[in-house]
Ligand binder design. Structure first.
Ligand SMILES: Cc1cc2nc3c(=O)[nH]c(=O)nc-3n(C[C@H](O)[C@H](O)[C@H](O)COP(=O)(O)O)c2cc1C
Length: 366
């Protein structure tokens, strides 16, 4: 094709264009033909994405790096907090089950106690919210199950031996609880709906800096988001110095024309080290996006505008962002979010939304 293109350069413009159009058509037909086979046959798809199109290779590499990291964290128990979080969450689910079983979690309680023991040692006696949660749930777990059961007894013995610094008695124990439903929800639907309508992707900001305290409050809201097994496999890397924010924002594809006046940006990063299996590789994008939405709503509730920014998953962009934002091999960019005080003279697209009838169906089965 390149030879044909080179030869075409010698021709008059009209013929050159005709040849280019012909080449594009041939390329499209070949692509279509290959894709049709890839859809029908998974080996053809694998061959295509291994030898012809390399777009998935970076993700595959990151997934492999994540699994390696998961395994090494697990083996050395250094910082395998993802597994601790997941297992404590599973214990909580066992505790709230109706009816609750006399013994549950027998196949992972030993591993959980081991990780907890390690986490306590590495914290040097300092309690943090995660350790408090783990400790409280474990103590409720051992109070609830039959600790003489063969599979639970060794874990219980190890749990009792863990050295713990005395803790201030907390007002609230970090264990399953009944919500106080006597009060109405703190936000009514009309107010919430108004917030969803007010939030729009805002691309024009004024140059007032966003108070760090407000950013932290929005992050606190983001941290409340749901995540699969409560693993929370994301990080928000914030750039609130305008020159840095603009450099980062400019790497994304969809920011031409407004990147140069973005006062702050969050890079939402997913960590694949949270998972031992490929089956969960997409969860960083789901969990990261749920947290991103809460972050944007929280900003909006304080009058700060934002715009989610697509992350193009392609080699040159990945290389460029990694030159600016430190990232490990298993870390993937989920999206960027620019934010700042809205410029009152800046316009926002109307962005019509679909109707509920168009968006959802009820009880439709195959
Ligand atoms: C994942 C995602 C990626 C987006 N990427 C960009 C982008 O690169 N550039 C941009 O200007 N807007 C971007 N947007 C904003 C959308 O254009 C915007 O959300 C959509 O048009 C609806 O408008 P609204 O957010 O005001 O409701 C993105 C939004 C999402 C959710």
């Amino acid at each position: 094709m390149n030879l044909v293109r080179q030869a075409a350069r010698q021709l008059p413009p009209a013929q050159r264009e005709a040849i280019h159009t012909f080449i594009r058509r041939v390329q499209r037909s070949i692509h279509h033909f290959v894709l049709q086979h890839a859809v029908r046959n998974r080996f053809a798809a694998a061959a295509y994405y291994s030898f012809v199109n390399h777009e998935f290779l970076r993700e595959a590499r990151a997934v492999a790096a994540g699994q390696l990291r998961y395994a090494s964290d697990h083996r050395t128990q250094s910082g395998s907090y993802y597994l601790l979080r997941r297992n404590i969450h599973r214990l909580e689910k066992g505790l709230i089950m109706r009816p609750r079983r006399r013994v549950f979690a027998a196949d992972f309680i030993d591993e959980t106690v081991e990780i907890f023991a390690h986490a306590m040692r590495s914290s040097g006696g300092e309690w943090n919210s995660e350790l408090v949660w783990a400790e409280d749930v474990l103590s409720d777990y051992f109070a609830a199950v039959d600790v003489t059961t063969a599979k639970v007894a060794p874990a219980y013995a190890q749990y009792l031996n863990i050295e713990k610094v005395a803790r201030e008695p907390d007002a609230v124990r970090a264990v399953p609880y009944r919500r106080n439903l006597t009060l109405p929800p703190p936000v009514n639907f009309e107010d919430f709906m108004a917030l969803t309508r007010r939030r729009r992707s805002v691309r024009w900001y004024d140059d007032r800096p966003v108070d760090r305290m407000m950013i932290n409050r929005a992050l606190e809201a983001a941290a409340q988001s749901p995540s699969a097994c409560n693993r929370q496999p994301f990080n928000f890397r914030i750039f609130d110095k305008p020159e840095m924010a603009q450099r980062v924002t400019a790497v994304a594809m969809g920011t031409k024309g407004f990147a140069q006046q973005v006062p702050a940006v969050a890079v939402v990063i997913g960590q694949l080290r949270a998972y031992p299996f490929e089956r969960d590789r997409h969860v960083i994008y789901i969990d990261g996006s749920l947290a991103a939405m809460s972050f944007m709503f929280a900003l909006e509730s304080m009058g700060i505008a934002s715009c989610p920014i697509n992350w193009p998953d392609q080699e040159p962009h990945e290389a460029r962002i990694r030159e600016i934002v430190p990232m490990e091999e298993d870390e993937r960019v989920v999206m960027l979010i620019s934010f700042g005080w809205p410029d009152p003279t800046g316009m926002v697209p109307f962005s019509s939304k679909r109707s509920v009838a168009d968006m959802a169906t009820f009880n439709r089965i195959a």
